[in-house]
Design a protein around this ligand. Structure first.
Ligand code: AHR
Length: 323
């Protein structure tokens, strides 16, 4: 398909030849068995959280055979070297387009340049990169800084003067960096005191272990927790309850994502506030892939809006929440 773009005049014949190549694996491509099939390599971060599962499902559903795609999926277990290796493998297979949910912001320049040199358009989803915008076709994701800011504004209104600990997301990820920036911005001038801040790598296990350490060090001094995602907040819940403290009362918990288990904890009064991070990016990604492969122009940047939930709103939303 990508060669169709280069040879516009020969549309019919070239299209048949090239998609035939991909289908037969002639260029190593994973073509999917039809003239119009678009072969897409998707380099996912891993499976660290409930949010990630919902995001993977959304992309798999949208980049389906019924929708005209042949999807080659890779999850990198949160290791950037593995994710970059997956992208290189997609380039070698001659896919029509590559989708990446970049684990970290930095380190993408070389492989994005390799994709560009090979004529393969790249769509970024979820997180951003520091590489030049010229190296990818488009990005669709969330305003992470705004998410951190909304969480911080709630904390200032509802827990000013509190002693805070923070569970950060994956170090070097745009989600963790931008949420931290937004949170700090909202807290400027407040009397919230930050006792500690460490990464829990966006996982439940990470959140639990780091919270156990915080509780050993600061004990009942802690009365506010900001977790960069629901899963770390859920892990922290176990540590808080095991320490004989009552989440939601002794320690207010603010998180980001609004996945099912987080919303249940909010409805149960264990979490105090959640800022949504919408994982359902699949349809937009599929639309962008179709357009760039067809040589149509696309917006460089698409931001999907988020909402916020308090305990009452979580109770109302839970029954119809899709993830
Ligand atoms: O990049 C989005 C973040 O990644 C989500 O908030 C978190 O749950 C996931 O692991």
């Amino acid at each position: 398909m990508k060669k169709i773009l280069a040879g516009v005049a020969l549309v019919g014949a070239v299209a048949l030849t090239m998609t035939g190549c991909a289908t037969n694996g002639g260029n190593g491509g994973g073509g999917g068995g039809g003239d119009d099939v678009i072969t897409v390599g998707f380099a996912q971060t891993g499976s660290e959280s409930g949010w990630r599962s919902a995001n993977t499902e959304s992309l798999k559903n949208a980049l389906s055979e019924e929708n005209g795609f042949k999807l080659i999926f890779n999850a990198a277990d949160n290791k950037q070297e593995a994710q970059i290796a997956a992208v290189r493998s997609f380039i070698n297979q001659g896919v029509d387009a590559i989708v990446i949910a970049p684990i970290t912001v930095d380190g993408w320049d070389d492989v994005l340049k390799e994709a560009k040199d090979a004529g393969i358009p790249v769509i970024l989803e979820d997180r951003t990169v520091s590489a030049s915008e010229d190296l990818y076709a488009s990005w669709v994701g969330l305003d992470f800084q705004k998410e951190g800011e909304l969480a911080g504004e709630w904390a200032v209104k509802n827990a000013d003067g509190a002693n805070l600990v923070v569970l950060e997301g994956t170090t070097g990820s745009s989600a963790a960096l931008d949420r931290a920036t937004g949170w700090s911005k909202a807290l400027e001038g407040s009397t919230i005191k930050t006792l500690d801040s460490q990464t829990g790598d966006f996982t439940r296990d990470g959140g639990k272990k780091v919270m156990e350490g915080f509780l050993q060090k600061y004990g009942s001094e802690i009365n506010l927790l900001f977790a960069h995602n629901d899963d770390m907040g859920l892990g922290a819940l176990d540590a808080i309850e095991a320490a004989g403290l009552v989440p939601g009362q002794d320690i207010k918990i603010v998180t980001i994502d609004a996945v099912h288990d987080g919303m249940q904890a909010l409805a149960d009064g264990k979490f105090s506030f959640i800022v949504e991070c919408n994982p359902l990016l699949g349809e937009k990604v599929a639309e962008l892939v179709k357009k760039v492969v067809a040589g149509e122009s696309v917006d460089k940047k698409t931001i999907v809006p988020d909402q916020t939930f308090d305990q009452e709103q979580a109770k109302e939303a839970l029954p119809t929440r899709p993830y």
